[in-house]
Design a protein around this ligand. Sequence first.
Ligand SMILES: [Zn+2]
Length: 252
Amino acid sequence: MAILVFIIGTIMGSFFNVCIYRIPRGESISYPPSHCVGCNHKLAALDLVPIFSYIFLRGKCRYCGERISWQYPLVELLTGGLYVGLYMKFGMDMHLLFYGILVSILIIISVIDMNHSIIPPSLVIIGSVCAIFFNIMGWGRPFLDGIYGALAGAGVIILMDLMALVFFKKQGMGGGDMKLMAMIGLFMGLKYVLLSMLFSIYIGGIIFIILMIMGKIQKTEYIPFGPFLSIGTLVSLFAGAQIIAWYSATFL
Ligand SMILES: [Zn+2]
């Protein structure tokens, strides 16, 4: 069963690659059919097998030899891996679908944010509508917990933006991150969205400092925060309960 979930994940990941390329460019995700971005040649079934096509084609287009970004197999592998992780955690349950939607949207948003420094509002709206629907149906979080989570998620970002403005006189994270965090709150509920935020700040902070020491970035440079919010959310989703239990047992 886990293998089947993985295969479905890689196929979904292949579709996410299309979304990642086309959504920021304002193109339709269903038309035209997949084609090479180098030579526009329409891709055959053989070119579209997740992960394997990339390996067999040695990362090059069969028609023009243009290099294919390693981002494609990576997104496919990541989606497959995370779907299997969710399956192991939740089993064949509505929660698998619920958190599968969250994870899928986080993958697409993170890669788009890394490439273009934008968080497409359309994806956040789709995610929020799904979350609210699942919560109302009783398949996700308790409805009110989702609402509190959304308010808390957005609230923390607004607070951090205000602090950035007051203390550093600079623009903080911005509206895209705020809406994304509100969406994450709908999926995670109050307690876990705060935990997501905490992990995001830790992980983002550590990576920021490492990159600054390595001289890869300037102190004032804009860093897309969407990927960190996503990573923090994944940690909270997969290990949040254990971390809270460990923390209470050790310090409280
Ligand atoms: Zn080509």
